[in-house]
Ligand binder design. Sequence first.
Ligand SMILES: Nc1nc2c(ncn2[C@@H]2O[C@H](COP(=O)(O)OP(=O)(O)OP(=O)(O)O)[C@@H](O)[C@H]2O)c(=O)[nH]1
Length: 575
Amino acid sequence: MSLNRLFWLISVALMLILLALTARIVSSEWGEYRRGARSVETVRVVQLIMIAMEKTSIERGPSNALMGGEIADLPQLSQKLQAARAQTDQSIAILLNALRADADVRYAPAIRNIEYVKAALEPARSNVDRQVEVPRSQRSSDEVSVAVSGMIDLIPPFVTAVADLTSIAIQSDPELLDGLTGMRVASSLREYAGQVGSKFTAPIVTQRPLTKDEVIEIGKLYGRIEQLRSLLNIQMRAYRNNPAYNAALSDLDAQYFGKGLPILGQLLQVGLISGGYELTTAELAARYVPPMASILRLRDVILADLIRDAEIRNRHARNYLIATVVMATVAVIFFFVLMYLVRQRVLAPILRATTLVTGLAVDNHEVEIPQARYQDEIGDMLRALQVLKARSLERISLAGEREMLIQQLQVSSNTDFLTGVLNRRAFFAHSEQQLAVAQRYKRNLALVLLDIDHFKRINDSYGHLAGDSILRNAVQLIAQLLRKVDILARYGGEEFIILLPEADLEQALVVAEKLRATLASHTIAAEDGSPISITASFGVSALVGTANLDHMIRLADEALYVAKNNGRNQVVRAS
Ligand SMILES: Nc1nc2c(ncn2[C@@H]2O[C@H](COP(=O)(O)OP(=O)(O)OP(=O)(O)O)[C@@H](O)[C@H]2O)c(=O)[nH]1
């Protein structure tokens, strides 16, 4: 797999892992935040239930007072009752709205309970109203008890709804457990305190002693109230150091347990003996209800503390969520930057360098080496590659030069320095080949040896440089008259040799004669411009049988000697 492909695969895999991890963490933090927000909302609904329950309880005060009141007090008490009922209705309406506004399906049982209360309110109130319509002297104690109980019976559905929502809130935020329990305890305490007060309504209305059942009921309620009081002391250890809670608890002890409950204690004493209570239900309510407010104050302290803590935790969860999202975003951006840098600054140069090195290995120098922009290892590598490329180019150019020099050397070692034709050594090298071919295939081969006449004199008369110039000119003249296959070489100072392949002796004589005539007919300009005439003598031989080159040269040389002796400027055939 190519490095590039591997890089992309790893990048994509890492990216997916990072995104999955990020999504997991963010969704967990989001869940935590949502649960916190939900628990705050639920606690607020619990608060609304408690308010509705409290209003329903409070309604019992004027109800009981009205049922035990004198005709003269009726208008005033009736007004109080209507106001209390309006408050109850309003608190239940607010509660139902809040419950329905929230789409949480877990609220359904609570909604059913509250709707039940709403529906049960009407008959319970009718019972009360019926008692009020009957003159006080004719009111039956039992019927008053039934009317009182009817109002009391509205409370359990509230308690159930509180329990439902409390457990929903605790599921979302377990730290709410203590506070919610405290709230429920305080709420129950308020309810039982109200109920135990209501137990005296019927006896006071008819000014009779308490029945045995009523005494038992009151005893039970006293027991529950005491239980709840100790629960507030034991259960709420977490609130021990909370000054507001401690103050509310002391207030509860002083107000309800110090003032409120002892009133009922006195009435109980009277109710056990005579039934001459010497007060109306309205008077009882006026004395007993205010101390009960301390219970609700305690409940509200717990509630406020609970909501504040839940909101703080929820804010922390939100901040944590924001921090997580920011960090996750930074991590993803950082990852992208990292991958980009690795790709740009490591992988891409390495891939480029690989192409380059591969190219250099086969002497391809077209690949451009990128400029090293950073002082890092890749930069060092690129700079080293620049050097390598330069050296490789240098090596190739040196190799070319060497090749050229070798060729030049070869040429110069085979060539006569002055005239540019082959030298004697090269003549033999080339001629031996021709001789071998001629002998092998029985072809003709002729040889001409020529020597410029009286050359010493020319040197002496015109100088050595003029002599050199004449030699060059003579060679040019000779070369023009020869075929390409003929081999012309300088044999000695002013002596030249010509091998004529495919030429017999007669043909060679013709060639020699033509050369002689040409040289003799030409003048060559001396340095001062004066014309110089030259002639040359020729000895011509041809290949006969198995004779070698030396033999042919010797024969030609003998002929040349004869030509010289016979007066020069002539062609003599070998004999
Ligand atoms: N300028 C010049 N002179 C050369 C060169 N090579 C040989 N010579 C001269 O050529 C002359 C040859 O002289 P000789 O051997 O006496 O022969 P010649 O004067 O040509 O007389 P014949 O051959 O008998 O006609 C000598 O003086 C050499 O110095 C050369 O390369 N350049």
